[in-house]
Design a protein around this ligand. Structure first.
Ligand SMILES: [Zn+2]
Ligand SMILES: [Zn+2]
Length: 113
């Protein structure tokens, strides 16, 4: 069985926490066997006596694996102000940039890239 699974899942931007819908696609390629006697650990999917292939476990498993963990609403997302939590995509919040916690400075440098 080969196929392409396309799904949408609600996610949150890791920088600004804005919720949005992420579309993702995963190629599925699985082997099915008819005869349980000849099946091994490498052939996990067995077609039952009725000849019906249940795709639910595959779609669930592959789908969960493919859900992106670290997503950005846009590659240019500016994230949230470390001081006041304002969404910097909507404009500068007016905080003094230099008041940032020094421990967060490397993080901010990353955000600037
Ligand atoms: Zn964002
Ligand atoms: Zn601020």
């Amino acid at each position: 069985m080969q196929g392409k699974l396309q799904a949408q899942t609600p996610v949150e931007c890791v920088r600004c926490l804005k919720p949005f819908e992420q579309t993702y696609e995963v190629e599925i390629s699985e082997l099915f066997v008819l005869d349980t006697a000849n099946s091994s650990d490498t052939d996990p999917y067995v077609i039952d006596e009725g000849g019906i292939i249940d795709l639910t476990p595959i779609v669930r498993e592959e789908g969960i694996l493919a859900v992106p963990m670290q997503v950005l609403c846009s590659p240019e997302c500016k994230g949230l102000c470390a001081e006041c939590g304002a969404d910097l995509n909507e404009g500068p919040c007016g905080c003094e940039e230099d008041q940032i916690d020094p421990r967060l400075a490397p993080l901010r440098a990353l955000l600037k890239k």
